[in-house]
Write a new protein. Sequence first.
Length: 406
Amino acid sequence: MNQRCNETKVMRDPIHEYIHVDYQIIWDLINAREFQRLRRIHQMGTSYQVYHTAEHSRFAHSLGVYEIIRRMVNEVKGLDAFLSEVEKIQIMCAGLLHDLGHGPFSHFFESILTPNHEQLTAMIILGDSDIHRILVKYASDLPEQIVSILNHSHPNKVMSRMISSQLDADRMDYLLRDAYFTGTSYGTFDLERILRTLRIIEDRLVIKESGVHSVEDYIMARYHMYWQVYYHPTSRSIEAILYAFFNRMRDLIVKNPRYLDDYPMFQFLKPDHEITLKEHYQLDESSCFYGFQCASDDEDKILSDLAVRILERKLFDYADFSSSDDYALMKLRLIDLGFDPIYYLYMDKAEKRPYSPYNEDTNLIYILMPDKTIRELSQVSAIVNAVVYGQAKTEMKLFYPKEVNK
């Protein structure tokens, strides 16, 4: 497993400057077909239709998570001695592979497809895949070890928390990367300072008290990125149309199972169908857009209209939603205009706290005080305390065709 490359491989990266690969297993995994598929999945789902430069992929993000993990195991004081070389390789593999199961348009597709992306990631790592074959070539139990890290069942809890917790490599990369590619400053924070002030105390990753301000910036970066970028109403409008398209196709398939004959890329929509690894590999945004092109000429007027709206960015409009009366009135207006509200009226609720210290296992950030005691972040930071105990922000919107407002 610890076979090294003939020389360190480097890839340029706008966030980390370089991605460094020292171990041959990491290089082999990067070149596996299932990992290369992530080039064809946008990191930010539909947000690239709002921020025109947000064209970065799950592939780039996964490399970034790996790079932060690689730096952590080599640079965080105490972590080098806490982990064996085998454990370091395991956690680097886990960081690299953590998003293998994502479908087209990233998190959106989890409203369309089951199982979720975490379960699909495990299926790929454990199943009949090139990724699995590469892993077992180096160690027969490596797939199981990686999955246990990702699902938090590994006995060494620190390894799981490095990838998935309130302060982890996954969040640190996507905040910086998404801020960079959207051209916004909301997601910026001092990654270098956080890495320099990270420590391992017994079996817990903690931040030195001198790094609290950097962690506060990180918490606020999450808050602003969610409300200014990830929950942007235009992006949610596109998701509403996508959701309507796949719902309409599902309804057509129920009426006529042969409907899928013209849409081989959407076989996963068959009732009670469990997606195979082959189907998942072939399911990416390119295949979806080919399906939308085909559907734009479909005899079903609703399906073809929704497909054209996706292809030509004819978005739904939106309005704040506060009561069932708002929904009922909009439903009547749509019916009067000839729109079926099942497909042309979408209610969406957005709610997010950037830090919620209510779960002992993953949702706490600990601060190492000068007197060597350890305290939870909201007990040290007035800013984070206000976020934790303040009123949670919630936003509810109705999405509907713009024709309603004409």
